[in-house]
Write a protein that binds this ligand. Structure first.
Ligand code: TRP
Ligand code: SF4
Length: 329
C-alpha cells in the first residue's frame, strides 16, 4: 500500500436519508481524501441520541441507510474504515476520562450549544448529554489520534474545542499523547433546495441522494427559476435561478451556453429544466444502481460494519491503554 499522509476522522449522525447537499458538501470531499489518508468514517449513533433520545426507534435503521448512501457515493470499505460509533465502547470511556479534565465553561461557550438550545423547539435539551456532545466528538477524534478532520464550517468550533482538550491532556500528563487535529474545511458546491433556500432537511426542500432516476424530472419541475421571467423570451437572470446553480454542478460543459441563452431569452425555463433533468439522471443513475444492489444483499452492510468495527477497535484499544495508564487507572 502507498504511504498515507496521516489519519482522518469524520462522522455523521444517522438522522435519515442523505440529500444532494450532503453529497456535494461532505461526501464528495471524503471520497477524495480516501486515497491520501487513512480514513475513519463513523456513523455516530450516540450523537444522534443526544437530540433524539425520546424517539430512538429509527436510529438503528438509519445507520444502515446511511452506510448505503455512503457506499453508493464512493466511500469505499477497501480504502476506509467504516464503522458504527456505538460498536466501539472506547468512545464512551475516553469521553468519560476527558470529562474529568474539561472545564465546564469550555462546553458552555461552544457557539452551537446556546444556538441549538434555542432553535430546537419541542425537545428538552437541557441535558447532560447535550451539553457534553462536543466532548463526545472530541473523544471520537482523539481516540484515533486523527491528524485532521474534514467538516463543514458549522462544525469548525468543535474541532477548535477538540484541539484545546488535546492540549490540556498533553499538558497535564506531560506527554504528547494526542495530536492537535487540523480542520479541513469541506469544499462545497452551492446546492439550493426546491424552494431556493439552502437545501436542508429542516426546510423540507431536499432531493435525496437515493432518488429514483425517473422521479428526478418531477422534482426539477417544482424548482423555482428567475421569478421575473414571465414569457419564454423574456431575458432571464441565471444568477438568481436555482436551476442554473444545478447546471453548475451537473452540466458544467454547457454552462456558458445556458447562461447566454437565458440572458438572451433564447431558451425557455421548461426546456432548460429538461436539459438539467437528463444530466442529473446520468449522474445519479449509477449511484442509484449501486444502492439497489446493496439493498438486495443487506448482509453486506452488516459485514462491512463488522469489518470496520474490528479495525477501529484495534486502534481504539491501544489509545485507551496508553491514556488510562497516564490517568492512573
Ligand atoms: N457533530 C457532527 C455533526 O453534527 C458529527 C460528528 C460527531 C463528527 N463526531 C464527529 C464530525 C467527529 C467530525 C468528527 O455533524
Ligand atoms: Fe433559470 Fe434556465 Fe430559466 Fe434561465 S432559462 S431562468 S437558467 S431555468
Amino acid at each position: 500500500m502507498q504511504q498515507k499522509k496521516g489519519t482522518i476522522f469524520s462522522g455523521m449522525r444517522p438522522t435519515g436519508k442523505l440529500h444532494l447537499g450532503n453529497l456535494f458538501g461532505a461526501l464528495e470531499n471524503w471520497a477524495k481524501l480516501q486515497d491520501e489518508y487513512r480514513c475513519f468514517f463513523s456513523v455516530v449513533d450516540w450523537h444522534a441520541l443526544t437530540t433524539a433520545y425520546e424517539d430512538p426507534a429509527e436510529i438503528s435503521e438509519n445507520v444502515k441507510e446511511m452506510v448505503i448512501d455512503w457506499l453508493s457515493c464512493g466511500i469505499d470499505p477497501e480504502k476506509s474504515i467504516i464503522f458504527r460509533q456505538s460498536d466501539v465502547k472506547e468512545h464512551a470511556e475516553l469521553h468519560l476520562l476527558l470529562s474529568m479534565i474539561t472545564p465546564l465553561s469550555w462546553l458552555e461557550r461552544v457557539p452551537t450549544y446556546k444556538e441549538q438550545l434555542k432553535q430546537i423547539e419541542g425537545r428538552n435539551l437541557a441535558t447532560y448529554g447535550f451539553l457534553g456532545y462536543p466532548l463526545l466528538q472530541a473523544a471520537d477524534i482523539l481516540l484515533y489520534k486523527a491528524d485532521a478532520v474534514p467538516v463543514g464550517e458549522d462544525q469548525a468550533p468543535h474541532i477548535e474545542f477538540t484541539r484545546e482538550v488535546a492540549r490540556r491532556a498533553n499538558y497535564l500528563y506531560k506527554k504528547t499523547i494526542f495530536p492537535e487535529p487540523a480542520t479541513i474545511l469541506n469544499e462545497y458546491k452551492v446546492v439550493p433546495g426546491l424552494d431556493n433556500r439552502k437545501m436542508s432537511k429542516s426546510y423540507d426542500n431536499v432531493i435525496e441522494i437515493s432518488i429514483a432516476p425517473e422521479k428526478i424530472s418531477e422534482k426539477v419541475r417544482l424548482m423555482i427559476t428567475d421569478p421575473g421571467r414571465i414569457r419564454k423570451n423574456d431575458p432571464g437572470n441565471p444568477q438568481i435561478c436555482s436551476i442554473y446553480a444545478f447546471h453548475h454542478i451537473f452540466n458544467a460543459a454547457e454552462l456558458s451556453g445556458i447562461e447566454e441563452s437565458c440572458r438572451a431569452g433564447a431558451i425557455g425555463c421548461v426546456e432548460c429544466k429538461k436539459v438539467l433533468s437528463s444530466r442529473m439522471q446520468e449522474f445519479l443513475e449509477p449511484i442509484y444502481a449501486r444502492r439497489k444492489k446493496l439493498e438486495n444483499s443487506p448482509k453486506i452492510i452488516d459485514e462491512i460494519l463488522e469489518e470496520g468495527r474490528k479495525k477501529a477497535v484495534k486502534v481504539a484499544r491501544k489509545t485507551m491503554e496508553e491514556f488510562r495508564s497516564l490517568m492512573g487507572v
